[in-house]
Design a protein around this ligand. Structure first.
Ligand SMILES: Cc1ncc(COP(=O)(O)O)c(C=O)c1O
Length: 506
């Protein structure tokens, strides 16, 4: 069988004006790339013939350079396989590595924006990326119809029309947008037609794009307090000021919002299932919020991220469906209904804003990729999406009941459970002597992924933890809750011991 080279050609520049001969330029190019770690020990290099062809020169200087590099042990050959960077360099690398300039690698003025600097202070969160018990945002992958999904992906990757591989509509694929509009009108009572649907890479991009279209640097935006942490990053990056508006069991407190900042440019809300506390916005509050927006000329961003999963009643209709003044920009995602790594979500854009949204889209990633849109359009049209939601709703109902039951069994009435009526997470409040951040950090070491409630506040926080139940099978929940109880007891004991030590020292 003909052997196909699997190696890329490294950047070895040949300069015809350079006084050094070609073989010396090639030798220096490889040597520098190896010492700077751009080529690593064991990595294959191109054959002399391939490199000569790429550089457009004769093979002789390449052969001369290679034999020098072989003689000095920068290269080694393996019979029948080709030429490689010497394995023996692996252990010597750190000793011989050279900085890229005499002053070190980060010399000189290196300005970054104040916004980027501010966002990095939000810190790293070990519990975000862990997989396992209580992980927030994790879904039941064990029940995902992978066979159907693979069939659709395979079909769409095999039979692709050239048009689908070229630049396409910045709003997204028309057939997919049609399916989404039908779904939203039917299941979420959203007033929309396919022309308003803009396909994005998840709610996060939706929030970012929307913020760019409707705000200016310095604009004030209501955020639920406590609220969705990722919105804070977006607002900071856009130079907006978040205005934390308290939520209660009817949702965002509109009167308080108006008192704090009546003329805000927008309000970001999660009316179907408030993140994190889980309340559903009451009808009265919805009307109050819409009236406020109409009065002051503000926008409402409705993040409807997990409303498909409601356990004690039918799903609650969207806020957008009540809006008579096209003030609501509705955002949805497939991250909870299917899985987050799809990175597919959508915005229902008010008709009069589509031009601005398209312009903003063209300024960022131009248009969404084709393959998942095509597969998802079929997945929805053939009924798999609706079926999967029905199945997982029942499954999450069971997982949620198992979690609530275990929490009640282990903690009795000493913990308050919030927001268990919908979605794939709930919240338990902690007594103030327990730091949720400390608990989450300790738990992460044991692969329990608790999200500290305090991180969802902009102002003075309450202590608590957010527990996801989407990915944990019922049978594993009691054990996970027992481990959680142990961790809380250990933390309490450690706190008591350090307090008594401090007391003795006084
Ligand atoms: C309030 C809220 N909105 C949206 C999302 C989903 O974001 P994305 O669609 O970017 O994955 C999440 C995920 O946890 C969320 O908590």
């Amino acid at each position: 069988m003909k052997k196909v080279a699997n190696n890329f050609c490294p950047v070895v520049a040949i300069d015809h004006q350079d006084s050094r001969p070609f073989h010396r330029q090639i030798y220096d190019g490889f040597r520098t790339a190896i010492l700077r770690n751009n080529l690593s020990a064991g990595q294959q290099v191109p054959s002399t013939r391939q490199l000569a062809q790429e550089l457009g020169i004769s093979r002789i200087p390449v052969l001369t350079a290679y034999s020098q590099l072989l003689a000095e042990d920068y290269f080694e050959t393996r019979t029948g396989s080709g030429t490689f960077v010497s394995q023996s360099l692996a252990s010597l690398k750190s000793a011989i590595a050279q900085p890229t300039n005499g002053n070190g690698t980060h010399a000189g003025n290196r300005p970054v924006s104040r916004r980027a600097q501010a966002v990095t202070t939000l810190g790293s969160w070990p519990w975000v990326f862990g997989w396992g018990a209580f992980g927030v945002g994790q879904v039941a992958l064990d029940h995902f119809p992978f066979a159907t999904w693979s069939r659709l992906i395979s079909r769409h990757s095999q039979r692709v029309h050239a048009r689908a591989l070229h630049f396409s509509d910045p709003m997204g694929a028309p057939e997919f947008r049609k399916e989404i509009a039908t779904y939203l009108r039917t299941a979420r009572a959203v007033n929309c037609d396919p022309e308003q649907i803009l396909i994005v890479s998840g709610s996060q991009q939706a929030i970012e794009l929307t913020t760019r279209v409707i705000t200016d640097p310095g604009s004030q935006v209501w955020m639920e307090e406590p609220g969705y942490w990722s919105v804070r990053r977006v607002l900071m990056m856009s130079g907006c000021s978040p205005v934390p508006v308290p939520v209660d069991d009817e949702g965002i407190n509109v009167e308080e919002g108006a008192r704090l900042c009546r003329n805000a440019r927008a309000a970001f809300v999660t009316p179907s299932h408030q993140l994190p506390l889980g309340s559903t916005m009451s009808a009265a509050r919805r009307i109050q919020l819409l009236e406020w927006a109409e009065d002051v000329g503000a926008w409402i961003i409705e993040d409807d991220y997990d409303s498909e999963f409601r356990y004690e009643s039918m799903p609650i209709a969207s806020l957008q469906g009540l809006d008579r003044n096209s003030r609501v920009i509705y955002i949805g995602t497939f991250s909870k209904t299917l899985f987050p790594s799809l990175r597919v979500g959508y915005i229902v854009v008010p008709h009069d804003l589509t031009k601005q949204f398209v312009a903003a889209r063209l300024a960022s990633d131009l248009f969404p990729p084709h393959l998942y849109q095509a597969a998802l359009a079929d997945f929805m049209a053939q009924g798999h999406f609706a079926r999967h939601i029905r199945r997982t709703r029942q499954l999450y109902r069971e997982r949620r009941s198992a979690l609530v039951h275990s929490l009640q069994q282990e903690f009795g009435s000493s913990v308050e459970i919030l927001g268990a009526e919908a979605g794939v997470h709930l919240v338990i409040k902690l007594p103030p002597d327990i730091s949720d951040l400390e608990l989450a950090e300790r738990a992460a070491q044991e692969k329990l992924w608790l999200w500290p409630l305090s991180r969802t506040y902009l102002g003075p926080p309450s202590q608590g933890i957010i527990l996801g139940f989407g990915s944990t099978p019922d049978r594993e929940i009691p054990n996970a809750v027992r481990r959680l109880k142990c961790l809380i007891s250990e933390l309490r004991e450690a706190n008591a011991a350090s307090e008594s030590k401090a007391g003795a020292a006084d």
